[in-house]
Write a protein that binds this ligand. Structure first.
Ligand code: CO
Length: 148
């Protein structure tokens, strides 16, 4: 191996190590236009715990433009999203529903929250969806949660 290849290999290791560390803690933003800033979140299966930091970059209050981050299987996503509105404010999510893998609280513009959870019960390569359970938001605010 010549010195250029050695340097490239070392650089690759450094970049991969950094990326893997960052994958375990992720930031996702919701705005006043009922949008996420990302349509998927990728985490490494090697993460012992994953932290999702939810940032509401808008200005509207939680009772009119609330956002939370709810993780579920893709199969459960629509059924859960459908009953979520009926659960009522402020969380718009049925308590202790087994279809909810994990969820943050509901926040309004300018607020932040986070949730930390283990991947131990989840399958790498499994089909998971995250969404906001505020009434109607799931239609626009949904994305794939990918464990790789
Ligand atoms: Co929302």
């Amino acid at each position: 191996m010549n010195r250029y290849l050695a340097a490239a290999a070392l650089l690759g290791l450094v970049i991969c190590g950094t990326a893997q560390g960052q994958e375990c803690a992720q930031v996702i933003e919701g705005n006043d236009l009922i949008q996420w800033n990302a349509s998927e979140i990728r985490v490494s299966a090697e993460c012992e715990e994953v932290t999702i930091n939810l940032v509401h970059t808008g200005q509207l209050a939680a009772n009119v433009m609330g956002h939370n981050w709810v993780l579920t299987t893709t199969a459960d996503y629509m059924p859960l999203a459908t009953v979520a509105a009926a659960a009522g404010p402020p969380e718009y999510l049925p308590a202790d529903d087994p279809r909810t893998i994990v969820a943050t609280g509901m926040i309004g513009g300018g607020e932040e929250t986070s949730v930390t959870f283990s991947l131990s019960g989840l399958e790498p390569g499994g089909d998971y969806t995250y969404f906001c359970s505020f009434p109607g938001h799931y239609v626009l605010m949904n994305g794939k949660f990918i464990i790789e």
